[in-house]
Design a binder for this molecule. Sequence first.
Ligand code: ATR
Length: 280
Amino acid sequence: MIEIDGKTRLLGLMGYPIEHTYSPQMHNYISKIYNQNYAYSAFCVKPENLADAFFGLSALGFAGVNVTAPHKTAVMQYIDHIDETARLYGSVNTVKFENGKTYGYNTDADGFYLSLLNAGIEIIGKDVLILGAGGAARPVCVKFALLGAKSITLMNRTQKNADELAAFVEKNCGYKIHTKRVHDRYDVVINTTSVGMAPNTDACPLSDFSFVDENTAAADMIYNPAETLFLKKMKRNGVTTFTNGLGMLIYQGLVAYEIFTGIKIDYKIYDDIKREVFGL
Ligand code: ATR
């Protein structure tokens, strides 16, 4: 248990619902390891209370707050300064309160990329297929375009949403995304949809695996279940390099913690968090 005293700086997470979150355990574990006097809690904030909650945390002198669904885009209107990439991502998941001002960032895409690298999956110079064109796909597409993926193909149930996201990335990043499959094989296939998430574990966002071989890598942003039907099918098609969404969850938190506190974290703590917080 962390010791709370008169100098403890407060951090938290706003979402709705929120009960499932591991963020308090994760951030408080990092504070304990780094001997930092911060305490992190979770707040269940209904959409109609977002403004009151946000300005309330600011008034109380919180050091920072993470923001999750459904507030990631709505919160942007209340923030004084939004980081340029977060603006491109269209959402904010980390807000720092400093000297009466608020600063918004989004650590999701950096966290996801770090989790891919940790799993041995590179994006730079690769042909990447992304499934889904919703709120989770946009930061990934922008990040991969800026990183320099060799090509990005976006496949989505609703073609119009894929076309709109591709047009956005082309306009803002000068990078052309394909919205129809253009290659016979892909280096990396990523699921950004919620298809296959518990309790709907028998659903899969992909039916055609003909462009997958043993050198293809797979990533699913879902972490519950740990192995989605998508990952199972990718493995059945020869894939040996893969990761689920747990890495993204942990790394986005590590990057957020650095923003909140200004201290540099040794990312080797990843394995300790997996073990101590998630029991894995
Ligand atoms: P958001 O992330 O913007 O809130 P979402 O409803 O969670 O949106 O959907 C995220 C992505 O998952 C979208 O690409 C969505 O496809 P559509 O653009 O066609 O809505 C995709 N998705 C959600 N449910 C799906 C399903 N049952 N089958 C296929 N794709 C699905």
